[in-house]
Design a protein around this ligand. Structure first.
Ligand SMILES: Cc1cc2nc3c(=O)[nH]c(=O)nc-3n(C[C@H](O)[C@H](O)[C@H](O)COP(=O)(O)O)c2cc1C
Length: 168
């Protein structure tokens, strides 16, 4: 598998898909080989663990709130996420999260995430934006950081979805 380490960053080939599945609470129920290899955890450490096992402190909380709000409504969401591997290194992903429905009851029975390597162009915008959001969060909480995101989107005249899918 084509995985490289540059300083503290782990990068991986654009051909790689990192896949995981969770139950309705966000506990990991499945991870593919790429997920296991890049995160640095053993499969048995990941299965049953909460997905925040990968949470990086540089990520604004409000991104996860948006992710969960959407997913719990049965909607899909794309997001850029900085993850923390077991050894403390980080890796950026462009994640696509979807709810998994029971065929008969149509109830949400879990979630599915497919992630690819983000473009460096996207990170040039997303990284400073997340830093600004995180700073706002530290002083004004999630409302303040949501405002920073809203204002950025307004100034660019795009919706969140358009913004996230505008790179590549
Ligand atoms: C399918 C799915 C995939 C997720 N993938 C990640 C991930 O790769 N990294 C991450 O930090 N959080 C991920 N989350 C979000 C976590 O469940 C959690 O909300 C987040 O890490 C924030 O944790 P905290 O509330 O303890 O701060 C995922 C959630 C779901 C439902």
């Amino acid at each position: 598998m084509s995985i490289k380490v540059n300083g503290d960053e782990i990068t991986f080939s654009e051909k790689i898909f990192i896949v995981s599945k969770t139950d309705t609470k966000g506990k990991i129920t499945y991870g593919n080989d790429a997920f296991i290899e890049i995160s640095g955890y053993k499969e048995e450490e990941l299965i049953g663990a909460p997905h925040n096992i990968l949470r990086h402190p540089d990520m604004p909380k409000v991104v996860f709130k948006m992710l969960w709000d959407r997913a719990q409504k049965g909607q899909e969401i794309f997001a850029y996420v900085k993850n923390r591997a077991k050894d403390g290194k980080y890796y950026w992903v462009h994640a696509y999260i979807t709810p998994v429905l029971d065929v008969e009851s149509k109830r949400i029975i879990g979630y599915h995430s497919v992630r690819r390597s983000p473009s460096r162009e996207a990170l040039k915008i997303v990284e400073p934006l997340y830093q600004k959001m995180l700073q706002a969060e530290r002083t004004g909480g999630m409302d303040a950081s949501a405002r920073v995101l809203d204002e950025t989107l307004k100034s660019l005249k795009v919706t969140y979805d358009k913004f996230i899918l505008s790179f590549e």
